[in-house]
Design a protein around this ligand. Structure first.
Ligand code: FAD
Length: 333
């Protein structure tokens, strides 16, 4: 049986109270939303905070509304709500589909979008019980100083494994953060770092309050493709988010492609405007984008499947993303 360590569970009702608790116990506390990732991680001895600050009862973190040309989603909104809310489905269908593909209904009913954005990175040598990790001699990310993925490596390369951030990045989302001392906003493309031990710019006592997404043009088409072992329950082995805006003359106005599940930071595939901007979305353009993504993305041996196979899947799933956007009705205005 995997036992939890002793800790105090705080249930603040207001944001200010939650932030104060995190400040007071900085270094020995963590926020908990649905707990669908944090609880298993605590049972594995990956985190042992003495204080958990529960976010579900904080009113300010529950909102889904259109405001000043943006869709605002509170951090404590569940994945089920994100997947099924009529406003999100109408305005950001790609995000709704990405949320719908996470885990299974029970987890989506509890897990939140804030927890998904702040999800810990994952690795074959990290997401294991204490005993498993101890038998190996622990790893760079937790309790040890050796990386088993990159031999001799000094930086943790555990994989970003959350499904909504890649889609949110292609949509130009921003996260609003707050500590007891103040607030700031960070574009999601600048939120993640390449350090697998702590892969965001978020401070330990800082909360994600909400995600804001600019309402896209009705001409924007999106796709989220997820490589996984089974069609439900499993984390992504690769996550590919595509957003393409096609104008009235069927030319590509903008294109954005993000690949996650490689290293600690989702990769924005670069140079696409040069090859696809202003062009018709032909099979040749799709092939060129797929080849470019394949060249720029190098999966590591950090997840359970063969690395070369995962690398080959990058191009395959980019093509599938284009197939989906080509067959898609335009989003409603
Ligand atoms: C069997 C199983 C399958 C899963 N499959 C998937 C999957 O396919 N795709 C996927 O993306 N995820 C998957 N997950 C992981 C998880 O369920 C989701 O990522 C979920 O969205 C996490 O949200 P949560 O509210 O439960 O986060 P929690 O577990 O409560 O928290 C996760 C982390 O985020 C921090 N945190 C939470 N909220 C905030 C906030 N507002 N501000 C700052 N920090 C915060 C916590 O301190 C913790 O570090 C799976 C989990 C399980 C157990």
């Amino acid at each position: 049986m995997l036992r939890l360590h002793p800790y105090r569970y705080h249930r603040p009702k207001e944001l200010g109270e939650a932030l104060e608790l995190l400040r007071e116990h900085r270094g020995d506390s963590m926020p908990i939303a649905g707990g669908t990732d944090l609880m298993p991680n605590m049972k594995h001895g990956l985190y042992t905070p003495s204080h958990l600050v529960a976010l579900k009862g904080v009113e300010e973190l529950h909102v889904i509304e259109e405001r000043d040309g943006e869709l605002v989603i509170g951090a404590a909104e569940t994945l089920t709500r994100v997947a099924s809310d009529p406003l999100i489905k109408r305005r950001l269908p790609g995000l709704a589909r990405a949320a719908e593909g996470i885990a299974h209904p029970m987890i989506r009913n509890i897990g939140t979008i804030g927890g998904n954005v702040c999800l810990d990175t994952r690795c074959t040598y990290y997401n294991q019980t204490y005993f498993w990790r101890e038998a190996l001699g622990f790893c760079l990310k937790k309790d040890g100083d050796v990386c088993y993925v990159v031999k001799g490596g000094s930086r943790c390369v555990a994989a970003h494994s959350a499904d909504t951030p890649p889609m949110l990045m292609t949509l130009g989302a921003t996260v609003d953060l707050a500590t007891a001392d103040g607030a700031r906003s960070v574009p999601l493309t600048k939120f993640f770092t390449a350090d697998g031990i702590w892969n965001t710019v978020r401070e330990p006592d800082e909360l994600v309050i909400r995600v804001r997404v600019p309402i896209p043009s009705p001409r924007l088409r999106t796709s989220y493709q997820k490589v996984r072992e089974r069609k439900s329950v499993d984390f992504p082995l690769l996550g590919i988010a595509l957003a393409v805006e096609i104008d009235d003359s069927h030319l590509i106005e903008s294109i954005s492609l993000v690949v996650a599940g490689l290293g600690a930071k989702p990769r924005v595939v670069g140079g696409l405007d040069k090859i696809a901007g202003g062009q018709r979305l032909t099979p040749d353009i799709i092939e060129e984008v797929a080849r470019r993504a394949h060249r720029q993305c190098n999966p590591l041996d950090n997840l359970i499947v063969d690395t070369d196979w995962r690398h080959a899947m990058v191009a395959v799933y980019v093509r599938r993303a284009f197939e989906e956007v080509l067959g898609q009705p335009l989003a409603a205005a």
